[in-house]
Ligand binder design. Structure first.
Ligand code: CP3
Length: 341
């Protein structure tokens, strides 16, 4: 399928583009009333995620309403633990909860590597989205990084510092390695299958990278990320290690194509640390979208100037906050298009 707008893919590969591509992490979701209506009709979040027709509808909403340069498949990173045999629940206004967690070797042994069987609903949705998009913009696939999934599988819910997961990493390196290995195997299968189904780029979300030191991340966690980058082929790969500035230089040496930056990371410094061979993605503070339209435009202009016209994919430095006015999101997107042309 020929892409009419392939700015994202060309920017990811380091090719020249007429302007900077832009999309928004968590663009498909609660900021849009159109999403909330579909979510309501689906029943639960998990029912929505497992319904390819409804997933297609909410995946396309931000393309139609916000004018982003990419769609991202509507799903969640926690479908992988579920496919491995550790189901989750999504508790209203609380977030994900795992009734059962990983504590012992027996727990790890009871897990399986995720396969086509458990995840077919995702691949069906990707094929349907691609058909509906009809080449308008690329489709982004995604997965949680091994460390972030490890955090949820040990802790069983969200946490400020994931101290139980970090305790496991320190006290039982054998169990930790086995668990990270099986998550990595599952993720490699999953991302390859997303690309086979039609994903044009895949992003690895390491949302909890920041609870580890740069050195810990580099020695204990990065090898798994690197294995994914090495073994998943056929589409550019973005790695977003949120909150861990110490690992940027090492990420520059992995086989990924794009390095995601959060809003605390200096753009100029990141460019030096990551090196010239990777595209950078980010990194407007999501809270900036609580500012006035003029303030958003000014901040966007400054951000674009610091990144420069090449090897940049414009985005926020983390997911858009649920109570953000969609018109402010649109203001950011339009400003990127205008000021980078
Ligand atoms: O638009 C998109 O970006 C695609 C959809 C998407 C969701 N989750 C849908 C979702 C993506 C890319 C994710 C990734 C995800 N899920 C991450 C990594 C990105 C990040 O924000 O750091 C993480 C850590 C999760 C786990 C998760 N899922 C949490 C902690 C929560 C509850 C808190 C929250 O953000 O809402 C979810 C629920 C979730 N995932 C919702 C959506 C739209 C809200 C639930 C609802 O609509 O009822």
């Amino acid at each position: 399928m020929h892409l009419q707008n392939d700015l994202l893919i060309r920017a990811a590969r380091g090719e020249n583009t007429e302007r900077t591509p832009v999309w928004i992490m968590r663009q498909a979701g609660r900021i849009l009333k159109e999403y909330r209506e579909v979510r309501q009709s689906a029943g639960s979040f998990i029912d929505l995620v497992k319904n390819p027709e409804l997933v297609t509808e909410v995946t396309l909403q931000p393309v139609d309403i916000l004018g982003v340069d990419a769609a991202i498949i509507f799903s969640d990173i926690l479908v992988i633990p579920e496919a491995m045999g550790l189901p989750y629940e999504m508790v209203e206004s609380k977030g994900p909860v795992f009734p059962k967690t990983i504590q012992t070797y027996e727990d790890v042994k009871a897990l399986r590597i995720a396969t086509e069987n458990e995840l077919d609903y995702v691949f069906q949705a990707i094929r349907l989205v691609k058909k509906e998009l009809n080449g308008r913009v690329p489709l982004i696939g995604f997965a949680g990084a091994p460390w972030t999934l490890f955090c949820y599988m040990i802790e069983g819910k969200g946490s400020k510092d994931f101290s139980k997961a970090r305790k496991m990493l320190i006290q039982d390196s054998g169990l930790s390695k086995d668990l990270l290995d099986i998550i990595t195997d599952s993720t490699i299968f999953y991302l390859r299958a997303q690309i086979d189904a039609g994903a044009n780029l895949v992003q690895i979300f390491d949302s909890w990278a920041g609870v580890l030191s740069g050195e810990q991340y580099e020695t204990l966690i990065l090898p798994y990320v690197q294995r994914i980058c090495r073994e998943v082929k056929g589409a550019p790969i973005t790695v977003f290690a949120k909150g861990n500035p110490g690992v940027r230089a090492a990420l520059g040496k992995t086989q990924c194509d794009v390095v995601g930056l959060d809003w605390t990371m200096s753009i100029t410094e990141s460019r030096i640390l990551v090196g010239p061979d990777k595209t950078l993605q980010g990194n407007m503070d999501p809270a900036m979208l609580y500012g006035s339209f003029d303030e958003i435009k000014k901040a966007t202009k400054a951000m674009l100037k610091e990144f420069g016209p090449r090897r940049h994919i414009a985005n926020l430095g983390h997911g858009v906050y649920p109570d953000t006015d969609p018109d402010k999101v649109k203001c950011f997107i339009d400003a990127v298009k205008e000021f980078s042309s």
